[in-house]
Ligand binder design. Structure first.
Ligand SMILES: C[S@@+](CC[C@H](N)C(=O)[O-])C[C@H]1O[C@@H](n2cnc3c(N)ncnc32)[C@H](O)[C@@H]1O
Length: 417
């Protein structure tokens, strides 16, 4: 398609600039409102077309210099060009708009920003090419790998891991091979999980890799399984002061500062409630601080390794009597009304799809406080509507920037009867 010129009117839901022209609407990445741009239109997208940015002819007022050498090439960040205040307002507005689409207009707090370099876990991709191993993130909407040398978002320990890991993987991969590399910073060192099928003869090499890189733990992951191959030190993270060994590649909040912010909010919401239910509990991010604060917590998650880790941590941390954790699929078997009787506060923190089945039942319950953590404003708004229709008041919503420089936003919220 021929090139077009126009002005970015606003940012869309994914963070791309929206340019309305007499040739139609274009979604242009790496732009800010007010930018006058030259663009090349491409495939149809929604009510318009995706477009490539050719030139910023005149910058908008909130355009800043991106801080990372890989910005534009790397698919990890899409919004480094936007000034922090405008960025915070835009992300908060994503939450406001999602709620407005369900006719909800609660108080929405300003966005919580974690500091740079706070992200403790990353899913890298490694690809063997004739010269060596490319290790980093995919390019935007592409399978090409950006060989990451630096990152504004990641904990420096993750960036420092990359050169040694490239060298160590080189003899173990054939040209053209690609694997996923899941890395988490823990108190005792890096917890690394490599995907893919590895021939038996590479296993001793993998153990040596754990020594060379001074990893806490190295695991292999295939379809539906994950197995530690070297545990040099037990990986430990801490929730409410209680040490937990997360399962390899198990869920953890990405940024510890964002996690602290969420935990603080959840504690405030739950207040002095003694009988608490934590739904979608993972390995205890919220269960353990709540139990350490005196509550008796029943925790549920469908991931057996996470529930195992939580149960062990609660026992070792002296909270065994106050935490009861159970493996349960909450979509198929949500907690029913008799199970919610006498519960003083419920917390739910579901995956992106939300907690439709469980909130439909919660809406009929008489639990006085329902706290929510969500990584998807749309599914949250749908579930919030169910609770509000059931008689709850959505008191406040607090957006948290768990994934800086991207279009993703996390939030915590509280409902009360
Ligand atoms: C966003 S994570 C939150 C975990 C935990 N609250 C935390 O902050 O670390 C969502 C959790 O929901 C669990 N999960 C996903 N689908 C589920 C289901 N149908 N029933 C129960 N748990 C589920 C996952 O295993 C994961 O631990």
């Amino acid at each position: 398609m021929r090139e077009v010129e126009g002005v970015v009117g606003r940012l869309g839901g994914r963070g791309d600039g929206v340019v309305d022209t007499d040739r139609g609407r274009f979604y242009v990445p790496y732009t800010v409102p007010g930018d006058r741009v030259r663009i090349a239109g491409g495939k149809a997208r929604g009510d318009g077309f995706a477009a490539d940015l050719r030139e910023v002819m005149a910058p908008g007022p909130d355009r800043v210099e991106p801080g990372c050498q890989h910005f534009h090439a790397c698919g990890g960040c899409t919004l480094q060009q936007l000034a922090p205040v405008a960025y915070g307002d835009w992300k908060r507005d994503l939450v406001v708009q999602a709620l407005a689409r369900r006719d909800l207009a609660p108080a929405v707090a300003p966005l919580f920003h974690p500091p740079p370099h706070d992200r403790r876990r990353a899913e890298f991709v490694a690809r063997r090419v004739p010269k060596g191993v490319l290790l980093g993130f995919h390019e935007r909407e592409s399978l090409r790998v950006v060989d990451v040398a630096d990152c504004l978002v990641l904990n420096p320990a993750l960036v420092a891991l990359l050169p040694g890991l490239r060298a160590a993987l080189k003899p173990m991969m054939a040209t053209g091979d690609a694997i996923d590399v899941h890395a988490t910073v823990t108190e005792s060192g890096i917890d690394l999980v490599l995907s893919g099928t590895w021939p038996r003869e590479t296993l001793p090499g993998l153990s040596a890799l754990a020594d060379e890189l001074d990893l806490a733990r190295l695991s292999l992951r295939g379809r539906g399984w994950v197995e530690p191959v070297a545990v040099r030190r037990t990986p430990v993270v801490r929730f409410g002061g209680i040490g937990v060994t997360p399962p390899p590649a198990g869920f953890l909040q990405a940024s510890p500062a964002a996690e602290q912010a969420l935990t603080g909010l959840v504690r405030d919401f739950v207040g002095a409630a003694r009988h608490v239910v934590d739904l979608y509990a993972g390995c205890g991010t919220f269960t353990l601080p709540l139990a350490a604060g005196g509550a008796v917590v029943r925790a549920y998650d469908d991931a057996a390794p996470a529930i195992g880790a939580l149960t062990l941590a609660a026992g070792q941390g002296g909270l065994g009597g106050r935490v009861k954790a159970e493996v349960r699929d909450l979509s198929r078997r949500p907690l029913d009304l008799p199970e919610l009787k006498k519960v003083e506060a419920v917390l739910f923190d579901p995956p992106r799809a939300g907690a439709r089945e469980q909130t439909a039942l919660l809406a009929k319950s008489d639990v006085p406080v329902v706290a929510a953590v969500s990584c998807d404003p749309s599914s949250f708004a749908r579930d919030a509507r169910l609770l509000v229709d059931g008689g709850y008041r959505l008191e406040s919503v607090h957006p948290v920037d768990q994934f800086p420089h991207t279009g993703h936003v996390e939030l915590a919220a509280v409902f009360r009867r």
